[in-house]
Write a new protein. Structure first.
Length: 382
């Protein structure tokens, strides 16, 4: 295996902490969370207590002030354990950075320390029933009325939707300005007119709550706007998307490696026609291909991680990382399920749960088709 050089000693010490936390606090409860459709609030506070949340947020706002590689380790270890319920990465490395990058001093001091401890759980509401990848097509409106915004609209497929105490809402403040009319507005739990719909029943990611959100004349102060003025939301979203897509790729690369480990172990134990499955050439050739592709994928993703640490990860590189890793993950898991035979289709086997979980990765954070469009445009814009 090509050695990984992206992490230093302090990162690997942190990995030991994360792995121990997951083994003790996450794995024993994950099956129950899958039945409940949501993780406990307690796990968020426990994660905050040991420093797993908001790793990159500056210390003055309650975070660890660490580099992004610490966040990457949390993502990798959750993927390695096959535990998809706790959406720590969404909260820490997607929501919190919006507030850290675009929030006022008051917003940062009000929310970031509580997010770092797990007292406050964050979510972002982009997708609507009639608008997914095309964010310029959203219909949620925020109309100024004196020193308040009045929000009306509906969102769907919102991760952390049931648990969230603070939601970054993507809304139109100027419906005639397309992308330049989009703004990001903070909405807190308990605002009158802000309601959560049903916890959606998904094919995979069953322990992660995913909800509909409704805004019916929800009034929030204009001070809840993220950014110095209206209309900056689309640019803010585009600036943060490369990191989100790298997070997806990191999770996928680890899931591929883990699926390979599970399958190698299984085919050595399982027999057919009096021989272990590993003795058949078809098995060895299939796993050899997966090993090769896993290594290539990991090497590329690690390079992207290095580039991101130097603030040099481009939108097209992030798109390639997400496109390749998500498409590869689905192919690999399908092959691994096949090698498990009937047992690979049983929910009690982790390979079956990973197979169901993986399909979402080609949609969330920008569908594969959108990634291809970003990459394709870059070929002609150069």
């Amino acid at each position: 295996m090509i050695p990984r050089t992206v992490y230093a000693g302090e990162h690997e010490l942190f990995r030991e902490t994360v792995r121990a936390f997951i083994e003790k606090e996450v794995i024993p409860h994950h099956a129950q969370w899958e039945k409940d459709g949501v993780v406990s609030r307690e796990i968020w506070q426990k994660a905050g207590a040991v420093g797993l949340l908001c790793c990159t947020i500056p210390e003055e706002y309650g975070g660890a002030g660490a580099d992004f590689r610490f966040s990457a380790i949390v993502v990798e270890e959750l993927a390695r354990a096959g535990t998809t319920g706790p959406a720590f990465y969404l909260h820490s490395d997607i929501i919190a950075p919006y507030i850290a990058a675009y929030g006022s001093e008051e917003q940062k001091r009000d929310w970031l320390p509580k997010m770092a401890t797990g007292e406050v759980i964050g979510a972002i509401s982009m997708t609507e029933p009639g608008a997914g990848s095309d964010l310029q097509g959203i219909r949620t409106r925020a109309v100024m009325d004196g020193n308040q915004y009045v929000l009306n609209g509906q969102k769907t497929f919102i991760s952390n939707g049931q648990l969230a105490d603070l939601v970054v809402v993507v809304a139109k403040t100027d419906p005639d300005a397309r992308g330049k009319g989009i703004s990001l507005i903070l909405v807190e739990r308990g605002r009158e007119g802000f309601a959560r719909g049903r916890n959606l029943e998904k094919v995979g990611y069953k322990a992660q709550d995913t909800s509909e959100l409704f805004f019916n004349d929800v009034r929030v102060p204009t001070a809840n706007l993220l950014g110095e003025q209206e209309g900056q939301g689309f640019a803010q979203l585009m600036q943060q998307l490369p990191q989100e897509r790298l997070l997806v790729a990191l999770r996928c690369a680890t899931s591929i490696e883990t699926a390979l480990e599970w399958t190698v172990s299984y085919v050595q134990e399982r027999e057919a026609f009096g021989r272990p499955l590993a003795a058949f050439q078809n098995t060895r050739f299939t796993l050899a291909d997966i090993k090769t592709e896993a290594t290539v994928c990991r090497t590329f993703i690690d390079r992207c991680l290095e580039l991101h640490g130097d603030s040099k990860l481009s939108a097209e590189d992030a798109a390639m990382a997400k496109l390749h890793s998500t498409e590869l993950l689905c192919r690999v898991l399908d092959d691994c399920v096949q090698l498990h035979g009937g047992y690979g289709y049983m929910w009690e086997f982790p390979i079956a749960r990973a197979w169901a979980d993986a399909r979402m990765s080609r949609i969330a954070g920008g569908a594969s088709e959108i990634m291809r469009e970003i990459i394709g445009r870059s070929l002609f814009d150069a």
